[in-house]
Design a protein around this ligand. Sequence first.
Ligand SMILES: Cc1cc2nc3c(=O)[nH]c(=O)nc-3n(C[C@H](O)[C@H](O)[C@H](O)COP(=O)(O)O)c2cc1C
Length: 237
Amino acid sequence: MSDILKIIQERQSDRVPFNPINPIAKEDLKQILEAARWTPTAHNMQNFDIIVVDEKEVLEKIGNVKSHISEVFLRENYEQLSFSKEELLKKKTGILGAMFPPSWRDPSKIAEIARESTPMPLTQSIRGSPTLLIVLYDPRKRAPASEGDILGFMSLGCVMENMWLMALSLGISLQILSVFAAPPVEKQVKQILNVPEPLKIAYACRLGYPTASNKYLRVRRGIEDFAHYNKFGNKGI
Ligand SMILES: Cc1cc2nc3c(=O)[nH]c(=O)nc-3n(C[C@H](O)[C@H](O)[C@H](O)COP(=O)(O)O)c2cc1C
């Protein structure tokens, strides 16, 4: 297998706690940022900025920001869950229900949980990570005629993958944290980090070294499930 395919296949979301006293070396951080630098972006707009957060006090301030789980998230999350490994292997998409609290797996409780659950501090998402990368985008740097800035968002995805593959190749674990883009969280994190308007947070990446096994069942559709040859529906070469 080529090295590039091996690294693409081995990249994974590491949701386990990271060791807070095992920092990311500055040299490694630079390599990750270098990978971001060479990201393809629509019209070469380079519509992103990245804030590296590794000061304890700043991490603590961010960790104290609270997020509330929405009913929409809980419902749509529930629809993607599999309730056994066998089901997930058969479905080939989505996530194993066991990765979420039991109450999230009961559709009759979802409205109640969304209404009554106490907001959670971001420390519970950051989970000991010594370094966060907060990826910002500038909505003014829209590629020409890109309706809804869709090409800009695709570009931010390319930034994500470039950094993720680079981190993995350096033996550094990474998890994407979309919660940083949720409006109430975004507002507070922007204040803490002095982010000027009209910049927006796209997502955060937590970097670190796992303190527990990070192996979990990862599934994908087969090539035959998504590839079509010359006409939609034509399977196989
Ligand atoms: C745009 C985007 C947002 C994501 N947001 C989150 C997130 O908030 N939390 C999380 O744990 N994983 C997040 N992920 C990771 C996906 O859930 C993960 O890539 C997918 O389940 C496949 O698992 P794998 O990364 O281990 O291959 C995100 C991925 C993408 C591309």
